[in-house]
Structure formats: C-alpha cells, structure tokens
Design a protein around this ligand. Sequence first.
Ligand code: FE2
Length: 310
Amino acid sequence: MAAWCEAFGWEAGASVPSAARSFFEENGYVVFRGFASPEDTHALRAAADAIVRNPDHAPPQSAVFTTVDQARAMDDRHFLESASKVSCFREAKADQLPSSMDATEKMARSINKIGHALHDLHPTFASFSYSDDVRVVAESLGWKDPMVVQSMYIFKQPFIGGEVRPHRDASFILSEPSTCLGYWWALEDSTKQNGCLWAVPGSHKDGISKRFMLNNTRTGTIFDGEEKCEYDTDVYVPLPMRAGDLVVLHGALMHMSLDNTSEKSRHAFSIHLVDAPPASTYSTRSWLQRSEHLPFRSIRNPPSIVSGRN
Ligand code: FE2
C-alpha cells in the first residue's frame, strides 16, 4: 500500500498510535477508519436533513457558497452572521435542478452546506463534536487546549455539487501562531466519482502566505497576501473514504475537491479547532467572529446542550 493512503483503525476510547502521529507530522493528514459509528453517521445525516427541509432555514437566494468566484457570490451579511448560527448556503448550480422536483426536495437538494455553529447550537452535532475521542486525537497530535471554532455539514449534492478550489484551511481560520486543525468525517462513501478530497502530502510544511480576513470596516471579507506555493495537479493524491472514516487535516495542508457529476451525494461533517491561549491567540481579523453570547468553548468544556451534561 502506498504511503499516502495508509490509514489507521479506530476503536472508541482508544489512543492514537505513535505511527499515526508520525504519519500526520510527515504528510499533514491522517485517516482513521471507522471513527464514527453507523449510528453516529445516521444521526448526523438525519439532523442535517431535518434542517434543510425546515423552511425556517431556507437561505436567501443570494446566499450562494462557491470557491470559484467567492467575492461575487458571497452574501456578506449571511456569511458573517453564520459564525454564531445554523445557516444554510446554496449550491451555485442549484438552478440546474429539475423544475418538476417537489419544492421541499428541491430546497433540500439545493443546499451546498450548513455552517458554522452547529457544534454549539445543535445537540446532535454538539455531542459528536465535543466527544472524548475528538479531544484525544487533537491532544495526541500535540494540541494543548483546543477550542472548536467552526463546524460545517457539506452535501456535495448529486450532479451539481461544486468543486472546492485548492486551499489551506488555516488561510481561513486565523490564529497566531497558526494552530488550525481540521476534522473531516465521511458520512457517506467518498470516492473519486462523487468528489472525494485530494491533498498534497507534506504541503503543510510550506505554511500559509494567503489569508482570508475581515475588511477594515468588518462588514465583508478580503484576501491578504498571495499563495507562495502552488502545486502541479499530479502531486495531489485522492483520499477516498468510507462512511464513518475520519481524516484529520493540518491547517496548512493544501487540499481540494472536484465537482460531483455523479448521481451519488457525498455528505461530510467537518469541524475546525485552534489552540486556546497561551498556546495561540485567535485573530480579531479572522472572518469568523462569535457574538458575545456564544464564545468559543474548549473541547474540554462542552455546551450544556450535549446530552448527559448539566
Ligand atoms: Fe478545506
């Protein structure tokens, strides 16, 4: 088996093998097979399905998410406010859905993603995000006191699911020093056909030079700096995953995904962590700023909506 697709088994309550940490440090990602149980993946998918079929969550027509022409497509207010909400974003190609489709189904199938505070506002996503196993992985990889700063449910809809251009997550989640760590769970099998992740092994060692941040009036966003390291297409490796698998991504790892032109969706749930002070300081220029009523929480301090907590 090629080094890039080496993966590690996972059992609830287990510790991270030292070989997994070594693989992560060398390559910038590591895959754990079967991290989420079938019950977990079912619960997360059902919770997301209920959200996108609830008319109260229907996004404005302008709330399109795309990385192809982000500046033009972005509804700034909807996007910035989503930091402290459960907000839906539309697929850019939602108008290609058949006009004969049932209205509720059409709304559900038009959603690109839900973000960005599911993990603090929705009990199903909170219980999953603030689990001991999630914490153990971060601590085993060297994070001291990680806070969960954002969550996304990503649909990659059949036929219309848009590509995500090459990027490093730490360009979007700013802290000093950079301590962004991403978790990405396949909730359905993720293949080259339906738009799996592709990554450049070792690219995390090149660091970040381009930053997505609030503009000076804090009413919109800008990119600051240029990407210093571009990579040829042939150095990207596919990361196919089965439902329940987890890939942990170093914040500076270059990765992307292609359009989903298949008939199968590719649902995924993702969270991003940064280390709390004194290890690192979250940037006041990061696009994602929480309202004062919903501060970031340490992964050791789950919100009260997590079942079994006070
Ligand atoms: Fe990403």
